[in-house]
Write a protein that binds this ligand. Structure first.
Ligand code: IPM
Ligand code: MN
Length: 343
C-alpha cells in the first residue's frame, strides 16, 4: 500500500480519572511515532466531569463514540473515600455502559511475564466474558436501611453470551502454537451457571478437535497461576472470575503496571475499546510514577485489531526490549520516550 492509500483511523481518547490521562498521553505518543495515522478526539469523561456537571456519559457522546474506529481509555474511578461520587456510579455509568452498549463481549487480557516476575516463563491470555455474569446489574434491595434489609445480586448467564465467548476462546487457542484452552469456573458450587458453562465448553470443543482442554475451579486456578502458571495458554472464564484472576495474573507476571487489555466487539459492528487493566491510582497522580507500559501495550493491541500488525509488533517488541533492559527510575513521560526511541 503506498502512503496515499494509507488509512487514517479516528480514535477516541478517554483519559478518565487519576493517572488515566497521564498514561494515555504516552500511549498516544507511541502510536503516533509508530507511523500509523490517527486522528484523535478527546473526551472529557470521568469523576471530574461528573462533579462539575452531574453528567456521566451523555447519549450524544455515546453516539459519537459509535462512529469511531477505536477507543483508548485510561482509567475510571473517583479517589477512594472522596464522597463526591457514589460508589459504582462511574464504573457502571461509564465503563460498564460502554462495554455493554458497544457489545464489547470479549475482554482479552494477555500476560507475558517480565524477566523479574514471580511467574517468570508465563505466557497466557485470559478471555473474560464482558457483558454478563454478576456485572449485568441483576438484583436489588428490599427494606433498605432497616435491620431486615435484603440485598440480592444475581449472575446472568445466557446460552448466547456464554457460547460466543467460549467460541472466541477456542478460535484464539486454535491459532496459538500450544492450542490449549482452560475453562475456569466454580462448577462445584455455582451449579446452574457452572453447568451451562461446562456444557457449552464441551459442546464447542467438538468443533476444535486440535485444541486440548482442561478445567480448573477458580480457587485452584489462583494457586496454579502463582505456582505453575506455564500450564496456561488460553483461559476462558466469566466476568467476575475474569476480573479477579487478571489482577492476580498481572501481579505475578511483572506487575499490574504492565497488564494490557482489549474490550472487543468481534462482530465489528462498532469500535472496540483498549485500556490498561489497572485503575486510577489517585495516590500517585502527578508524581510521574505511573507506569505507562500497560496503556502502551493496550494501544499495541488496538493497532493489531485495526490490522496494523507491523506497527503493533514494533510497539510490543519495543516494550519487551525496554523491560528486559531493567531501566529504573524513569518518569511516566521518560518511559514513553524510551519506547519511542526503540520503535
Ligand atoms: C477492570 C476494572 C473494572 C471491572 C471496574 C473499574 C469496573 O476493575 O477493568 O478490571 O471490574 O471490570
Ligand atoms: Mn479489575
Amino acid at each position: 500500500m503506498n502512503s496515499a492509500e494509507k488509512r487514517r483511523y479516528k480514535v477516541a481518547i478517554i483519559g478518565g480519572d487519576g493517572i488515566g490521562p497521564e498514561v494515555l498521553s504516552e500511549a498516544v505518543k507511541v502510536v503516533k511515532a509508530s507511523g500509523v495515522a490517527i486522528e484523535t478526539v478527546e473526551y472529557d469523561l470521568g469523576a471530574g466531569r461528573y462533579i462539575r456537571t452531574g453528567e456521566v456519559l451523555p447519549e450524544s457522546v455515546l453516539a459519537e463514540l459509535r462512529g469511531m474506529d477505536a477507543i483508548l481509555l485510561g482509567a475510571v474511578g473517583p479517589p477512594v473515600g472522596s464522597g463526591e461520587v457514589p460508589p459504582g456510579l462511574l464504573e457502571r455509568g461509564l465503563l460498564l455502559k460502554l462495554r455493554f452498549d458497544l457489545d464489547l463481549y470479549i475482554n482479552l487480557r494477555p500476560f507475558t511475564a517480565t524477566p523479574d516476575a514471580i511467574a517468570h516463563d508465563a505466557d497466557f491470555v485470559v478471555v473474560r466474558e464482558n457483558t454478563e455474569g454478576s456485572y449485568a446489574g441483576e438484583g436489588g434491595t428490599l427494606r433498605k436501611g432497616t435491620k431486615q434489609e435484603v440485598a440480592t445480586q444475581g449472575s446472568v448467564n445466557t446460552r448466547f453470551g456464554v457460547e460466543r465467548c467460549i467460541r472466541f476462546a477456542y478460535e484464539l487457542a486454535s491459532r496459538r502454537p500450544r492450542k490449549h484452552l482452560t475453562l475456569v469456573h466454580k462448577t462445584n458450587v455455582l451449579t446452574y451457571a457452572g453447568d451451562l458453562w461446562l456444557r457449552v465448553f464441551s459442546e464447542v470443543s467438538k468443533e476444535f478437535p486440535e485444541v486440548s482442554t482442561d478445567y480448573n475451579h477458580v480457587d485452584a486456578a489462583c494457586i496454579y497461576m502463582v505456582e505453575s502458571p506455564t500450564r496456561y495458554d488460553v483461559v476462558v472464564t466469566d466476568n467476575l472470575f475474569g476480573d479477579i484472576i487478571t489482577d492476580l495474573a498481572g501481579a505475578v507476571c511483572g506487575g499490574i503496571g504492565f497488564a494490557a487489555s482489549a474490550n472487543l466487539n468481534p462482530a465489528r459492528t462498532g469500535p472496540s475499546l483498549f485500556e490498561p487493566v489497572h485503575g486510577a491510582a489517585w495516590d500517585i497522580v502527578g508524581t510521574g510514577k505511573a507506569n505507562p507500559l500497560a496503556a502502551i501495550r493496550s494501544a499495541a493491541m488496538m493497532l493489531e485489531y485495526l490490522g496494523e500488525e507491523d506497527a503493533a509488533n514494533r510497539v510490543t517488541k519495543a516494550v519487551l526490549s525496554y523491560t528486559a533492559s531493567q531501566s529504573e527510575g524513569l518518569s511516566t513521560a521518560e518511559i514513553g520516550d524510551a519506547i519511542v526511541e526503540r520503535l
